[in-house]
Design a binder for this molecule. Structure first.
Ligand code: EPS
Length: 381
C-alpha cells in the first residue's frame, strides 16, 4: 500500500509530504518535480501570493544519488511568505494581534472553529488553505515518473470557467499547458480572461471545470469484488479531497444519466490489437476496473470562498453581524486545480499499480507488469 501524508500551514515555515511504500531503485529527475510545482503556481486569476512564492523541493530522505532507496521519501517546500508571518505563525510565541473572528461562508472557518475549540479562526484557515496542495503536487511528480515507466501519461486542461465553456479544441492539452488558463480553445480562453477581470473588479470569485486524463492504462486496475477496491471509488475519494472540488465525474457521467443505455455503453470490437472500443463514454472504467481505454475524469470547482467584497457573517465572539473576514486570495484556481488533479490521479494509479504488480524494487514491478501483459495477450489471441 502506498501512503502519502502532508503537513504544513499556509503561512508557516514549510509544507512537507511523506511518501511511504514507494519502491527502491527508481531514478528521479528532481527538476521534473520543480517543473510540476511551477505548473501549479501559474494561471491567470491567481492572487499576489504566487508572486511571492517560488516553489522548490528540498528532499529530506528516501532518495540517494538520484534514486529511491525504499525508505519513506520526505519532501519539503519552504514558504517564502513565512518571513512576513514569523510573529503570527511562530510555534513558540503566540500573538493575538491578527486574530480572525468573522468566518467566511464557504470556508472551513466556522465549522473548524466550533469543532476544534480554538480562539482564533486562523488556526483553521491556515491548514484549510489550498497551499497544502503544493505537497501533493511535489509527490505527484514522483508518481508521474513511476507511471511513465509503464507508458502511462497524465495531463489536464480547463473545460470551463464560470459560465464559459470550451467549444473548439484547437490546441492539444500539451500545447494548452502554457496558455493563461490551460485551455485548448483560444477563443473561449479570451472570454474567460475578460470574465475573470470583470469578476475580480467586482470583488467576486469564479469556479469551473477541469478535465484530467490518464492514457495508456492497462486493463485490470481496481476490482469489482469489494467496494473499497473499485478504481472509480478511489479516484472519487482522491479528487474530492482537493479543496473547492465539489463534483467528480468519470467519463460522461452526468450526460449519460439523462440518456438511454443503448446510447451510453461503449460497444466492444475486436481487431489486430485485440479488444477495443470506438467510444469512451464510460471514461475508461467499467465495474470498478480499468478497461484499457483512457481514464477521463472531470472535477467541478466551486468559486473561491474568500471574497474581496465579503458576504454577511457573524463575529464568533460578539455574535454581532459583520462582513466576513477578507484575506488576500485568488479570483479563480481552475488551471491549478487541474495540475493538483493530475497529482491525485497519479497517486491513485501508482497505488493501484503497486497493489497489482507489487515489488520492493522498480525492476521487480516492471517484470510483474510484463508478465501480466503477456498473460493478457495470451488470453486474447
Ligand atoms: C488561499 C489563499 C491564498 C492563495 C493560497 C490559497 O494565499 P494567501 O492568503 O497567502 O494570499 O494564494 O494558495 C497558495 C498559497 C498556493 O500555494 O496555492 C486559501 O485561502 O485557500
Amino acid at each position: 500500500m502506498l501512503n502519502m501524508i502532508t503537513a504544513g500551514e499556509s503561512h508557516g515555515k514549510a509544507n512537507i509530504v511523506i511518501i511511504e511504500g514507494f519502491p527502491a531503485g527508481m531514478e528521479v529527475d528532481l527538476s521534473f518535480l520543480n517543473r510540476e510545482l511551477g505548473r501549479r503556481q501559474r494561471g491567470f486569476g491567481r492572487g499576489n501570493r504566487m508572486k511571492i512564492e517560488e516553489d522548490k523541493i528540498i528532499i529530506l530522505s528516501g532518495i540517494r544519488g538520484g534514486k529511491t532507496i525504499g525508505s519513506p521519501i520526505a519532501i519539503m517546500v519552504e514558504n517564502k511568505d513565512f518571513k512576513s508571518w514569523k510573529n503570527i505563525m511562530n510555534p513558540e510565541i503566540s500573538s493575538e494581534e491578527r486574530s480572525v473572528l468573522i468566518p467566511r461562508p464557504g470556508h472551513a472557518d466556522l465549522s473548524g472553529y466550533l469543532k476544534y475549540g480554538v480562539d482564533d479562526i486562523r488556526d483553521i484557515l491556515e491548514r484549510s488553505s489550498a497551499r497544502e496542495t503544493v505537497s501533493r503536487v511535489a509527490a505527484g511528480g514522483l508518481f508521474k515518473i513511476f507511471l511513465r515507466r509503464f507508458g502511462v501519461k497524465i495531463y489536464s486542461h480547463t473545460i470551463s470557467i464560470g459560465n464559459i465553456k470550451i467549444e473548439n479544441r484547437k490546441l492539444s492539452p500539451e500545447e494548452a499547458d502554457n496558455t493563461a488558463l490551460r485551455c485548448t480553445d483560444p477563443v473561449a480562453e479570451k472570454k474567460m480572461i475578460s470574465l475573470i477581470e470583470q469578476t475580480k473588479e467586482k470583488g467576486d470569485t469564479l469556479g469551473g471545470v477541469s478535465e484530467i486524463v490518464a492514457e495508456n492504462i492497462p486493463v485490470g486496475l481496481g476490482s469489482h469484488t469489494f467496494f473499497k477496491r473499485r478504481l472509480d471509488a478511489k479516484i472519487g475519494e482522491a479528487l474530492f479531497s482537493i479543496p473547492s472540488v465539489k463534483g467528480v465525474e468519470i467519463g460522461k457521467a452526468f450526460e449519460n444519466s439523462g440518456s438511454v443505455g443503448s446510447h451510453v455503453h461503449d460497444e466492444i470490437f475486436f481487431g489486430e490489437k485485440g479488444f477495443y472500443r470506438k467510444t469512451n463514454r464510460a471514461g475508461g472504467i467499467e465495474g470498478g476496473i480499468s478497461n484499457g481505454e483512457k481514464i477521463v475524469v472531470r472535477i467541478a470547482i466551486k468559486p473561491i470562498p474568500t471574497l474581496m467584497k465579503p458576504l454577511g457573517s457573524i463575529n464568533v465572539k460578539t455574535k454581532e453581524e459583520a462582513k466576513a473576514h477578507v484575506e488576500r486570495s485568488d479570483t479563480v484556481i481552475v488551471p491549478s486545480a487541474g495540475v493538483i488533479g493530475e497529482a491525485m490521479l497519479s497517486y491513485v494509479l501508482t497505488d493501484a499499480f503497486l497493489e497489482k504488480f507489487g515489488g520492493d524494487n522498480i525492476s521487480d514491478i516492471e517484470k510483474n507488469f510484463e508478465n501480466y501483459i503477456r498473460r493478457i495477450k495470451e488470453n486474447v489471441f
